[in-house]
Design a binder for this molecule. Structure first.
Ligand code: AMP
Length: 378
């Protein structure tokens, strides 16, 4: 099915062609008509499935009609869990807004940077892509109004609706007009989300393209049993042995991320850290250098696990396992995106083995487990 049969304007079709989007991904083929028809949508999309364009394109189409009539205040609010994802989603809106008849202004709003430029930028905004904390600050200082929001999107909805964000989300949702279109996107559908979407969505169209395990087919998973003391040398062996040019490494704490980076750098492997204690400037720079291939190794906490799109990322390594099986799926989903293949390697110590069993059970997939003692690393 071509994009041209989905009801998009010729301007958007031209931009799609410029971006080399030749045909819609399965999620796009279903999301675009549903959102164009102003339905509420619950979209359970595998990671890297193209869900962002799946909601951005029809929203821009619908906005063209709204903006022809009214132009004041933001009409679309996208809520995301991390600053990096806010920038990434805003960039997709900006790409597809080029050449539209009614120009669309998108602003990314998130904490960790000074608030004044964002306040100024919000003048005349149509699409706000925000993390909840900074949005509330801006609402408190009347820099933005939610009174004209027609469409609410929760990207990484399971994360947005979990306990950590609950108070902020309740407050924001209470400030939105009751009559609105709601779109929830999530790679994983937890029980909580099933309950909460009933509160948020009115007769939603549920779009579920593949089961969670099916979504992982492009990712080759392998795990090595490695003692905690040997994880450092074994990690360096993997990077060198596979001649990894671009690898994203996950660890569970800020402290561990910094320790891994220091060790790699001491061993002449170029690495940078991204975690919540780094300045936003440094986070942005490291991610940009990593995406462009200038930086070989990025070591991160689960901050980087959600939604971040690094095209053709070949390797993800779990230096240690995340507590939640869902986070394991999100982490390895940074590779194997948009139909390209990837390798996900986990370093599992013996005391993590039971937990790894639970992760595999939840994922519905068995992962090859190799004893690292059988491998000569020097
Ligand atoms: P997402 O799942 O929204 O993060 O998208 C994953 C990647 O797929 C992004 O780099 C998009 O630019 C790319 N992408 C999305 N839709 C298409 C499409 N129809 N054709 C080609 N690439 C696409």
């Amino acid at each position: 099915m071509p994009f041209s049969s989905l009801g998009l304007s010729s301007v958007l079709l031209n931009t799609l062609a410029d971006q080399n989007f030749t045909e819609p991904s399965p999620i796009q083929a279903q999301c675009i008509p549903a959102i164009l028809n102003k339905h509420d949508v619950l979209c359970i999309a595998k990671t890297g499935s193209g869900k962002t364009a799946g909601y951005v394109l029809p929203i821009l189409m619908n906005l063209q009609q709204t903006l022809a009539v009214k132009n004041r205040h933001a009409h679309v609010l996208v809520l995301v869990p991390t600053r990096e994802l806010a920038e990434q989603v805003a960039a997709v809106f900006k790409t597809f807004s080029k050449n539209l008849l009614q120009s669309v202004k998108t602003v990314a709003i998130y904490g960790g940077v000074s608030i004044n430029p964002q306040m100024m930028a919000l003048q005349g905004v149509h699409v706000a892509v925000a993390t909840p904390g900074r949005l509330l600050e801006l609402l408190n200082s009347n820099a933005v109004s939610l009174s004209a929001i027609e469409t609410l999107i929760l990207d990484e909805a399971d994360k947005m609706l979990n306990l950590g964000f609950k108070e902020e989300m309740d407050k924001i949702i209470s400030l939105l007009p009751k009559a609105r279109q709601n779109i929830l996107c999530s790679a994983t559908l937890s029980k909580d989300l099933q309950n909460i979407h009933q509160l948020l969505l009115k007769n939603p169209i549920v779009i579920k393209i593949e089961t969670e395990d099916g979504s992982l087919d492009l990712i080759k998973q392998v795990a090595y049993i490695v003692s905690n003391e040997k994880k450092g040398p074994f990690l360096r062996y993997l990077i060198n042995h596979h001649e990894m040019k671009q690898v994203l490494i996950f660890a569970s704490s800020v402290h561990q991320v910094d320790a891994i980076v220091n060790k790699l750098r001491k061993n002449n492997i170029d690495a940078k850290a991204v975690h919540s204690k780094k300045s936003q400037g440094s986070r942005t720079e490291s991610l940009a250098n990593f995406k462009s291939g200038k930086l070989r190794v990025l070591v991160a906490t689960d901050l980087m696990a959600r939604g971040i799109d690094i095209s053709s990322l070949p390797f993800v390594i779990n230096y240690e396992l995340p507590r939640s099986p869902k986070d394991y799926i999100h982490r390895i989903g940074r590779t194997g995106r948009a139909a390209s293949h990837g390798d996900a390697i986990s370093l599992v110590s013996t005391n993590e083995l039971d937990h790894f069993g639970i992760i595999q059970k939840k994922m519905g997939k068995q992962v090859e487990l190799i004893d690292s003692e059988q491998i000569r690393i020097k």
